[in-house]
Design a protein around this ligand. Structure first.
Ligand code: ARG
Length: 476
């Protein structure tokens, strides 16, 4: 996680009891290890600006209801506006005894404005406060992720355009299958990631609903204007059911699920980059800025960025499993289990942001070694299907053509020669329908050029797909 280390004050149990928001009901202090176990401030303090935003709007709502006077409201809003800066400057101290960020905001507010601060929590609960703050946080994360993902998609379009004619071997089972173009391969990555963008945008639409007003579980005891609260906080709607509102974690889980899918895609891309940059392939050269060396082997240049992304997919899948398991046996409504939602959620957002940024930074500097792509495509009989298709065009049933070409490949393999180096007589041994023009079909350009239908690898089709890709990238 990218938050800097912070010093936490440790109150003695006696002192802490006085600071608790729920101390009245209790006669014995919290055990020291329970206090530490209970606290989430180490990780939820990143929600501070979001709690401040929600609390500020909420104070205005209370003023509209006559529960705060104008002066109290102004003092509260001004004090809230300073908390972030004061916490950074150490004027306000983080304290494990204060459990979570929401308790800190309230206690600090009372420190700052006295009595008036004690009025702010009327008609709300940490239960609706925490999910409202988290939704605001999620929204910001999604916007940042969307922007970086768009940059990456743009990079893929540029690469595809540059390499629209570069022929490389296409693989199935990691065995040479048929030639494709590098541009077509980049557009395959584009499709995967564009679907991920759609999933994240769907998630944002469902997260765009205000839970505030649900209070502890049954709804606020005061007639809050929820439409006004939603508009002030930039939500499109408010939640329909208070029990659901405070116990629902779907949008965070949905985010992590979409992130897991995206990381799975980036991990597949990474696997290819690792292979392509390794010696037997040598299809690409990754930029030095995103590789590292070995402390013992001077010749090494390792694709660490790609490997780290591949490795980090594991922690995002782990986050998804944590969240699903955390939720699965919870009765309505709020349960403290939900405090466990934050670390996997935050870690997932951090990891995804980092991985996307690294990819968007690394790919523009990737050198594509066209001569190596071509060399590899010329080996491995990637044009064998062309010969079968040629025979089909001469009226031979495909199954017979397949059988005949299989025989030619077997003989060519024995001689260690590519198909194009066999004589016409040798080719005709396989099937008499072969004529001189078969050699045109054996060229790599002919093989890719023949895949000339929408979605196919022919360079002309790749260019048309690129045009559509550009439009789809701009679409909402
Ligand atoms: N820190 C808590 C959480 O993250 C806030 C809600 C606490 N609510 C409660 N009833 N204890 O979920």
């Amino acid at each position: 996680m990218n938050t800097p280390p912070t010093k936490f004050t440790k109150s003695t149990p006696g002192q802490a009891a006085g600071k608790k928001l729920w101390g009245g009901r209790f006669s014995a202090p919290t055990a020291a290890d329970m206090e530490a176990f209970n606290a989430s401030i180490h990780f939820d303090r990143r929600l501070l600006p979001y709690d401040v935003t929600v609390s500020t709007v909420y104070a205005r709502m209370l003023q509209r209801l006559g529960l705060l006077d104008e002066q109290e409201c102004e003092r509260i809003c001004t004090a809230l506006g300073r908390l972030e800066e004061e916490a950074a400057a150490g004027v306000r101290r983080w304290d494990t005894a204060l459990e979570d960020v929401h308790t800190h905001v309230e206690v600090w507010l009372v420190e700052a404005v006295g009595e008036a601060g004690r009025k702010l929590h009327a008609g709300r609960s940490r239960n609706d406060l925490v999910v409202t703050s988290m939704r605001l946080y999620l929204r910001d994360q999604l916007d940042e992720i969307d922007a970086t993902l768009n940059r990456l998609l743009e990079v893929l379009i540029e690469l595809a355009e540059r390499e629209a004619d570069s022929v490389m071997p296409g693989y199935t089972h990691l065995q040479t299958a048929q030639p494709v173009t590098f541009g077509h391969h980049m557009l395959a990555w584009f499709e995967m990631l564009l679907r991920d963008r759609g999933r994240l945008r769907d998630c944002r639409r469902r997260a765009d609903v205000l839970p505030l007003g649900a209070a502890a579980l049954a709804g606020s005891g005061f007639p809050l204007d929820r439409a006004w609260l939603a508009a002030e906080l930039g939500f499109s709607a408010y939640t329909e059911n208070s029990l659901d509102a405070i116990s629902d974690r779907d949008c965070f889980i949905e985010f992590v699920a979409a992130a897991a899918m995206l990381m799975m895609h980036l991990s597949r891309c990474s696997e290819e980059l690792v292979l392509w940059s390794s010696h037997p392939f040598a299809f690409v050269e990754l930029p030095d800025a995103y590789c590292t060396g070995s402390s013992i082997m001077p010749q090494k240049k390792n694709p660490d960025a790609a490997e780290l992304v591949r490795g980090k997919s594991g922690r995002v899948y782990g986050s998804l499993l944590s969240l699903l398991t955390m939720m699965k046996a919870q009765p309505l409504a709020y349960n403290r289990d939900n405090q466990e939602d934050k670390e996997p959620f935050f870690d997932c957002a951090d990891t995804l942001r980092d991985c996307l940024r690294i990819y968007a930074g690394m790919l523009p500097g990737m050198q594509v070694r066209r001569e190596r792509l071509r060399e590899a495509a010329e080996q491995g009989y990637s044009n064998a299907t062309e010969v079968a298709d040629y025979l089909v065009r001469k009226g031979v049933p495909f199954r017979d053509a397949h059988e005949a070409v299989g025989g030619v490949v077997r003989r060519a393999l024995k001689k260690g020669r590519p198909l194009a180096e066999l004589s016409l007589a040798e080719l005709q041994q396989a099937h008499p329908a072969m004529e001189e023009d078969i050699y045109d079909c054996l060229r790599l350009e002919a093989a890719v050029g023949a895949r000339d239908l929408p979605g196919g690898t022919a360079p002309g089709q790749v260019r048309k797909a690129l045009e559509r890709a550009r439009r789809r990238l701009r679409a909402p």
